[in-house]
Design a protein around this ligand. Structure first.
Ligand code: GTP
Ligand code: MG
Length: 210
């Protein structure tokens, strides 16, 4: 897939305020600081698109990005690009927010995930440096109860050896097997090294054309 353009559209405090659901949509979710905004920037090849920060809790609203893409290299011609949305969501598990803020976050995310009709798949981001975390596994089980389609993106793979990353990925998938009969598609990524970009874009392209 070739990204023709990627532009920030709008930040919404709830799903009812999101743009008209007239095209496929993919949302990025995961713990605070796991690398959601960085991965969106890497996929779009634009470091300034989604705001990133070394301090957790940077992203607080439902952020829509308008993407136009072509299936492959395309010179001139009349081919219309595919239009779709990428969505950057706030992270979960951020220790510094109050109980009431957390409740508000949970309601906003639950409503968005369960009611957004054009949501094709959620990318759940997991930090590849760590062994399986209960918070992530519980969140995934919740998605299952809500019947929200998702896949996994293991992040920051440049920060550990390949051996450790592979073990953490395997352990995570093994932990999932306890409650899941089928495992989702998963990607190993690094925003710094552009690892996983082609595979993720290929996945999105396939979903877009179905
Ligand atoms: P919140 O919006 O606060 O929930 O965070 P986020 O999940 O959007 O994380 P963000 O993309 O802002 O990245 C958090 C920090 O991790 C930043 O300092 C990034 O530079 C760093 N980071 C993200 N992805 C990678 C990666 O693949 N490799 C390395 N080395 N650092 C990364
Ligand atoms: Mg962010």
């Amino acid at each position: 897939m070739i990204i023709q353009s990627a532009t920030y559209l709008i930040s919404s405090p709830e799903y009812t305020k999101c743009p008209k659901p007239d095209r496929p949509e993919y949302a990025f979710i995961g713990r605070s600081n796991v690398g959601k905004s960085s991965l969106i920037n890497m996929l779009c090849d634009n470091q300034k698109l989604a705001k990133t920060s070394s301090a957790p809790g940077k992203t607080q609203l439902i952020n829509h990005f308008d993407i136009k893409s072509y299936p492959q290299a395309h010179v001139g011609g009349t081919l219309k690009p595919d239009a779709w949305y990428l969505v950057d969501l706030p992270g979960y598990g951020f220790a510094k927010v109050s109980q009431s803020q957390r409740k508000q976050w949970e309601k906003m995310i639950e409503n968005y995930l369960r009611k957004r009709e054009n949501l094709i798949s959620v990318f759940v981001l997991i930090d590849s440096r760590h062994s399986p975390q209960k918070l992530d596994l519980d969140f995934i089980d919740q998605l299952g109860e809500w019947e929200v389609p998702f896949c996994l993106a293991f992040t920051k793979a440049d920060k550990e050896t390949q051996k450790i990353v592979s073990k953490n990925v395997k352990d995570f998938l093994d932990a999932m097997r306890k409650t899941w009969q089928f495992l989702p598609q998963s990607f190993v990524t690094s925003a710094d090294k552009k690892m996983g970009r082609d595979k993720m874009l290929q996945f999105i392209e396939t979903c877009n054309s179905e």
